[in-house]
Write a protein that binds this ligand. Structure first.
Ligand SMILES: [Zn+2]
Length: 299
């Protein structure tokens, strides 16, 4: 990593598009590419989303209190990774679109504030097919918004959402996730290609399955210099301090915890830059050791 800087784009365009809010985008330069995080807004989630059934509620409550998280809800930022290398503009995930939550779906405005039109995106790589990651792939007319992009998803992830058994077996509170993912995957049709775990999906971009959050959840290694973790860690307060604890946001909490522990161990050892979809301060930083556990150090 050669340079870290934070850009605050106080332009008239950014102000008018974002309702007067100053727009912050985080940018980090590497040897032959640049990554920026682009905000899709935020999710406002019920606090019990962090407390899966069977977990020690008291323990989680005290961890949250320690982190200063109180009240009935908590805010979760939404950071998409935009990788620019040569002519390629590679977007990791597609945001929430207009139908998921009123506080999310800002991606098109955020890109516009950076002077980027959806037509200019050359690739969309999905970490997984939850609403805040794939619903934004269609516009208000149900047409693919990134018209010129090649879309890519892990085969296991795609097949899970298309499997008729998924609707029958998933927790009823997540049935809209199934319907929403299926509709988008089907609408994308041939525009959506699949990759396998371990594939170099684009030159220097390697897909590595980090399952638990969803069955085919995938992280991406960018030329050994940066790691897009997606939702393998969704909460900075708990995910880094107690990665071994099950998270209510993971579909398979035990598997998610195993993935988190092994992934964070590797990332702390390697010291590469990480980008987390739901991490604070734009989501770019490093994983460092903190006693027996870890911490996120934003760039
Ligand atoms: Zn997410």
């Amino acid at each position: 990593m050669r340079l870290n800087r934070r850009h605050f784009l106080h332009t008239a365009t950014a102000f008018s598009l974002l309702g007067g809010r100053a727009w912050a985008a985080t940018e980090t330069r590497f040897e032959d590419f640049v990554i920026r995080t682009v905000s899709d807004g935020k999710l406002v989630l019920p606090i019990d989303f962090l407390m899966p059934e069977g977990a020690d509620q008291q323990q989680i409550a005290s961890l949250l209190q320690e982190a200063g998280v109180s009240g009935e809800t908590y805010d979760s930022p939404l950071n998409l990774t935009l990788m620019q290398r040569g002519e390629d503009l590679i977007l990791f995930d597609a945001g929430s679109g207009p139908d998921f939550m009123p506080t999310a779906g800002r991606l098109p405005d955020a890109l516009a504030a950076m002077g980027i039109a959806p037509d200019q995106i050359t690739h969309v790589l999905f970490t997984h097919a939850h609403p805040d990651h794939i619903w934004g792939v269609l516009d208000d007319f149900d047409e693919p918004i990134f018209r010129n992009a090649q879309h890519l998803i892990n085969r296991v992830e795609r097949d899970f959402w298309l499997d008729p058994a998924t609707m029958e077996t998933i927790d009823p509170s997540r049935q809209t996730f199934v319907a929403g993912a299926r509709r988008r995957i089907e609408t994308l049709g041939d525009r959506l290609e699949v990759f396998e775990d371990g594939d170099e999906v684009l030159p220097g971009v390697t897909a590595l399955m980090t399952p638990g959050h969803t069955p085919g959840h995938t992280s991406f290694d960018l030329a050994g210099q940066a790691f897009v973790i997606g939702d393998a860690v969704t909460t900075p307060h708990m995910g880094f301090h107690r990665p071994d604890l099950p998270s209510g946001s993971d579909q398979n909490p035990e598997r998610g915890a195993e993935t988190r522990v092994s992934m964070l161990t590797r990332l702390a050892d390697s010291g590469v830059a990480v980008v987390g979809y739901h991490l604070p301060d734009g989501g770019i930083g490093k994983v460092v050791r903190d006693g027996d556990a870890f911490a996120f150090q934003s760039a």
